[in-house]
Design a protein around this ligand. Structure first.
Ligand code: F6P
Length: 324
């Protein structure tokens, strides 16, 4: 292997730049070339590449987003699209690919590898932390800190007005962010897709908390929660069924994906980038680099895609105890 390409794809996440920098610098360390691919698979198809050197990735470790941009490509889902991508990589003498992203990104990489026997290595980057084979995806820790800070601020105004707030956080299919920030910010209830609390129990819990003397409350709701109502409908429902609270809604949205990565994410990204390049140089392919028991390890890409990240049951219990 003489040249490795790196790209970011799917939803961006803080720490992606730190991972790009790490891949580029590890390549430089081993005296091989590195190119960055702009806009994920879309840019791969178009041959939109940039040479990455140890020096031109300076000053990005602390930057949110991704300097290589990100996109979701429809064309790469077609055989013709992937053929174009392969041709573009070959024309640029690229021998292997490091792809930073989530499920969709890895599925694309797997198909690409199967069709062209092209060496691929995945680095998990998504704030949702919904990837099997790693305790932490890039961006997750930063997002937790961003959200906790936002909820602390919401609590200030909630308690000044004795209000109940429904705060919606990201997590399309999973409740990792919601559960952790719920515990970290002292939420009254946490609604996650993995557990259906039910509307009756929600009301019951809110009534109990009011009776116990609490004047304000925060309910954290994962966007993918299955309670059957969105946050605005929940507000209406609670206001219709209990008069004890004045209710407000706050949807945190995409601010959760931005910002300077935490130290944890920068270090994780640096470790993952080194492991990804070194594994490719050892002749390995079709793996995802992950953090398992504080060690950087490899999981077959196929397992990473098929497996399910598990919610931390212990945290659910801790949260229950903390709200007594
Ligand atoms: O990055 C993951 C995620 O934030 C999900 O929680 C969310 O549903 C989704 O991305 C939204 O992404 P976009 O607006 O880019 O489609």
């Amino acid at each position: 292997i003489k040249k490795i390409a790196v790209m970011t794809s799917g939803g961006d996440a803080p720490g992606m730049n730190a991972a790009i920098r790490s891949v580029a610098r590890t390549c430089a360390y081993y005296n091989i070339e590195c190119v960055g691919i702009y806009r994920g698979y879309e840019g791969m198809i178009e041959g939109d590449f940039i040479e990455l050197t140890a020096r031109n990735v300076k000053g990005i470790i602390n930057k949110g987003g991704t300097v290589l941009k990100s996109a979701r490509s429809k064309e790469f889902r077609t055989k013709e699209g992937r053929q174009k991508a392969y041709d573009a990589l070959k024309a640029a003498n690229v021998d292997a690919l490091v792809t930073i992203g989530g499920d969709g990104t890895f599925t694309g990489a797997l198909i690409f590898n199967q069709e062209f026997n092209f060496p691929v290595m995945g680095i998990p980057g998504t704030i949702d932390n919904d990837i099997f084979g790693t305790s932490h995806t890039l961006g997750y820790d930063t997002a937790l800190n961003t959200v906790v800070e936002a909820i602390d601020k919401i609590r200030d105004t909630a308690s000044s007005h004795n209000r109940l707030f429904f705060v919606e956080v990201m997590g399309r299919d999973v409740g990792h962010i919601a559960l952790n920030v719920g515990v970290g910010a002292g939420a009254e209830e946490i609604l996650i897709p993995e557990e259906d609390l039910g509307l009756d129990r929600l009301l019951e819990s809110l009534r109990r908390s009011k009776k116990s003397g609490k004047s304000s409350s925060i309910v954290v709701v994962a966007e993918g929660d299955k309670i059957g109502k969105n946050v605005f409908e929940l507000k209406d429902y609670v206001e219709e069924n209990m008069t004890e609270y004045e209710v407000r809604v706050s949807v945190l949205g995409h601010m959760q994906r931005g910002g300077s990565p935490s130290c944890f994410d920068r270090v994780l990204a640096s470790r993952m980038g080194v492991k990804a390049v070194e594994s490719l140089l050892e002749g390995k392919s079709n793996y995802m680099v992950g953090l398992l028991n504080d060690k950087i390890d490899l999981t077959p890409l196929e397992q990473a895609v098929k497996g399910k990240s598990k919610i931390n049951e212990e945290l659910i219990r801790v949260s229950d105890i903390m709200t007594t």
